[in-house]
Design a protein around this ligand. Structure first.
Ligand code: A2H
Length: 256
């Protein structure tokens, strides 16, 4: 755990079509939302990996809210995160938490969203049991090439879509190479999951080890192999991608 506040990037993923269950709820508050665009906002420490999003995750049993962010936008995240955003000056009017709807994570599954900077422009919301209510926004952008947790959960979902009550077409995209490291090649998460014999998202102990290695290797030895900063080190690209996303209105700073 970091000692000081952790600086995340809040990735704004605009909803392009709601799951049927979410659509019913959203329709019931259309007079409050007016013409605002609605975004799922995911907290990430790895903005430079956003080229490789294949989907996004929510905790199926977590509660989310739809919050008025400003005159043009509404955000989907946990109430806890919305309070932090309000306190950090992300909303207009400042410091006001205006929740128009509460919705369970499982009802968001199957919603289609834009993936900012993603090679795949639109992806689906999928369930991840290990999403914590107490961290970030409760929305996790998924990059299975670089995050062992994302790879393990995504692989579980792809193996048994019926069991997880998802449409196979929602997880049809293969992991996308984003960063190369000398030791692990172009996709560190699948490589580590194989070498540590991680069978599923339930292998929490090995996953914690894989996460540690992936983070350090990627940060200190990784080279971008895609996007505007192709050929640059991850250390150099990370803040540049973050700034580019914020400048383009595709991300907001988020700390906790
Ligand atoms: B990271 P830290 Cl490619 N519950 O983003 C569980 N995990 C969460 C979460 C929550 N409520 N909120 C955020 N996260 C994930 C990208 C990524 C991430 C890559 C590689 C590693 C990685 C794509 N997923 O994280 O405990 C988010 O996933 C490993 C450190 O605050 C976020 O960054 O250090 C990271 O965990 C924040 O974890």
């Amino acid at each position: 755990e970091a000692l000081g506040p952790q600086e995340y990037t809040g990735i704004k993923m605009e909803v392009t079509s709601w799951s049927p269950l979410a659509q019913d709820l959203i329709s019931s508050v259309s007079s409050k939302l007016e013409n605002r665009k609605v975004f799922l906002v995911a907290a990430t420490l790895r903005p430079e990996t956003m080229y490789g999003q294949t989907n996004c995750f929510v905790g199926p049993s977590l509660k989310y809210g739809v919050f008025i962010a400003n005159k043009d936008e509404a955000y989907v995240c946990t109430l806890r995160a919305a309070r932090n955003m309000a306190f950090q000056g992300t909303f207009e009017p400042r410091e006001k938490v205006n929740q128009v709807l509460e919705i369970e994570g499982e009802k968001l599954v199957g919603t289609k969203i834009k993936a900012p900077f993603g090679i795949i422009p639109e992806v689906y919301v999928l369930p991840m049991e290990s999403v914590l209510a107490t961290k970030g926004t409760g929305v996790v952008t998924s990059v299975p090439s670089d995050s062992p947790d994302d790879f393990a959960t995504y692989t579980d979902l792809r193996k048994k879509p019926a069991y997880y009550k998802i449409d196979p077409s929602w997880c049809s995209i293969d992991p996308i190479p984003v960063i190369e490291t000398p030791t692990y090649g172009p996709m560190i998460a699948p490589a580590l999951c194989a070498s540590l014999k991680i069978q599923s998202a339930k292998d929490a102990k090995q996953l914690a080890e894989a996460k540690e290695i992936a983070y350090k290797e990627g940060f200190y030895n990784g080279t971008m192999i895609i996007g505007e900063f192709k050929g640059r080190s991850v250390q150099e690209a990370k803040p540049k991608v973050r700034e580019a996303m914020i400048k383009a209105g595709l991300a907001v700073p988020y700390a906790e």
